[in-house]
Design a protein around this ligand. Sequence first.
Ligand code: PEP
Length: 254
Amino acid sequence: MRKKLLAGNWKMNKLNAELSDYFEQFTKALRLNETQVKNQVDTLFAVPYLLLEKSASIAQKFGISIAAQNVHWEKSGAFTGEVSISMLKELRVQTTLIGHSERRQYFGETDETVTKKVKACLENGMTPIVCVGERREEREQGKTSQVVSRQMQAFLEVISSPGSLIVAYEPVWAIGTGLSATSDQAQEVHALIRDILSKKFGKGTADTIRILYGGSASPKNVDDLFTKPDIDGCLVGGASLKPDEFAAMVLAGR
Ligand code: PEP
């Protein structure tokens, strides 16, 4: 039985000055004490680097985890503007997104850099939430399975054990568009991802790995998404910026 994970992705939004209000409203909207939240569903926020420290000190009181949105694969060195795994760990951050489609689209992230990052994370005790997903034209050309398989195989090739790996299926055409994949479309790709994981690690291990759906997930479609056997949570952009909406989604995961 996989515990659901609701992961917010704040992208380049919010300021340190807004954090206390956000978490106060969020935890109030959950109307549950911190132990109950923790026992029933895992909650995480991937925030901008400069918000990590303060978010972690507030959120950890409620059993909520804080994650980064990216990390570099090298330990240290001449990589201006980059952040290392040990810098994140110094702030007690144990999880990071890897290969989000916005990083692939705007910042030159490739299957190759994703692979290096996933390997570095797993070798250094950092949980990677690896994002995969096809673009609109790829879906229209019937290439969804091919694209997602390629993205998965790239990093699976260099790891021998999944460790704490989490996968997020995020069809690019659904991100920030209000056009979510249907639960059937999402389940079809989640089943493919689980099958790829089974072939690599065996069914027993693949059954323990969480696969999140991301792409215009909201309180309106989350119940439907959660009826599907291979959807183990959501990676949520827009709706995670609103504490009431994100809290409603966390409650749907119980
Ligand atoms: C995301 O950025 O990972 C995402 C899924 O965004 P949204 O929920 O806004 O589509």
